[in-house]
Design a protein around this ligand. Structure first.
Ligand SMILES: [Zn+2]
Length: 229
C-alpha cells in the first residue's frame, strides 16, 4: 500500500512545478506526546516531520505550507543571488532519509531568513527540527540549539502579534514559550510565561493549558524555594 501522496507545488521563485511527498494521515501513528506538543512516531518511514519542508529541485527555494506568498522588497533578489545561483539540482520529492530531511529544514531556515518570513513561521521550522533531534537523532545538544532559536522566534511573535493570523492562540503561544524555557533550564523565564497564561484574560477558554501552566508554575516555584532554603 502506498503510504505517501504527492503534493503539487509551483515554485514562487522560478515557477517550476514540482512534487513533494506527504505521509497519508492514516499512516501517521504517534506513540506519545511531549509537553511541548512534540510527537514520537512508530517508524521513521512514515514520520511526517521528515516531510514538512518542500524544496524546489530547479532553484532550491525551500518552504512550508505556512510560508507567506508575498515577498518583502529585495528578498526575491536575495534568494536568487544566495540560493538559486549556487543551486545544484537535487530532488527532495522522493522518500527521505533523516539526513536529507534535516538538510531540507536547513534550506528552508536559510530561505526563511532571506525572505524575512514571519517569526511564527520560523519558530515552526526550528521547533520541528529540534523534535527530530530529540525523537529520531537523540542528539540533545542540537535539540537545545534549535529549541532556543524556536523560543526566541516565539517571543518575537508574541511581541509583534504575527501569530494572530494563524491557528496559534495567545495562551498556547505563552504556554509553549514557558515549556521551551523549562527545557532550556531558564527557570525564571519559564515562571514568567506560565504566569502570563495563569493571569490571561482568556483563561476560561483554554482551561487545560491554564491548568498545565499552573502545575508547572508551582513546580518551578517550589524548586526555586528549595534552592533558596
Ligand atoms: Zn524554483
Amino acid at each position: 500500500m502506498e503510504k505517501f501522496f504527492d503534493q503539487k507545488i509551483t515554485c514562487l521563485i522560478c515557477n517550476h512545478e514540482h512534487k513533494t511527498k506527504k505521509v497519508k494521515s492514516r499512516y501517521i501513528r504517534p506513540l506519545s506526546h511531549d509537553t511541548d506538543f512534540c510527537s514520537t512516531y512508530d517508524s521513521n518511514d512514515t514520520n511526517p516531520l521528515l516531510y514538512y519542508v518542500s524544496v524546489c529541485p530547479d532553484c532550491g527555494y525551500s518552504s512550508t505550507e505556512q510560508f507567506g506568498v508575498s515577498f518583502p522588497p529585495g528578498t526575491q533578489e536575495a534568494i536568487k543571488n544566495k540560493i538559486q545561483k549556487h543551486w545544484q539540482k537535487k530532488d527532495y520529492g522522493q522518500i527521505r532519509t533523516v539526513a536529507t530531511a534535516i538538510n531540507a529544514y536547513k534550506l528552508a531556515i536559510y530561505t526563511g531568513i532571506l525572505k524575512k518570513e514571519a517569526p511564527i513561521v520560523m519558530s515552526g521550522l526550528y521547533l520541528r527540527l529540534a523534535w527530530i533531534f530529540r525523537t529520531v537523532e537523540k542528539n540533545t545538544v542540537q535539540e537545545k540549539r534549535f529549541l532556543k532559536l524556536a523560543a526566541e522566534q516565539l517571543e518575537l511573535s508574541y511581541t509583534l502579534g504575527d501569530f494572530e493570523q494563524t491557528e496559534m492562540s495567545e495562551i498556547k503561544l505563552l504556554y509553549l514559550i514557558g515549556e521551551l524555557h523549562t527545557r532550556l533550564d531558564n527557570n525564571r523565564q519559564a515562571v514568567r510565561f506560565f504566569q502570563l497564561v495563569i493571569q490571561h484574560k482568556d483563561k476560561n477558554k483554554e482551561r487545560s493549558l491554564v491548568e498545565k501552566s499552573r502545575n508547572r508554575w508551582y513546580d518551578m516555584r517550589s524548586k526555586q524555594k528549595q534552592l533558596q532554603a
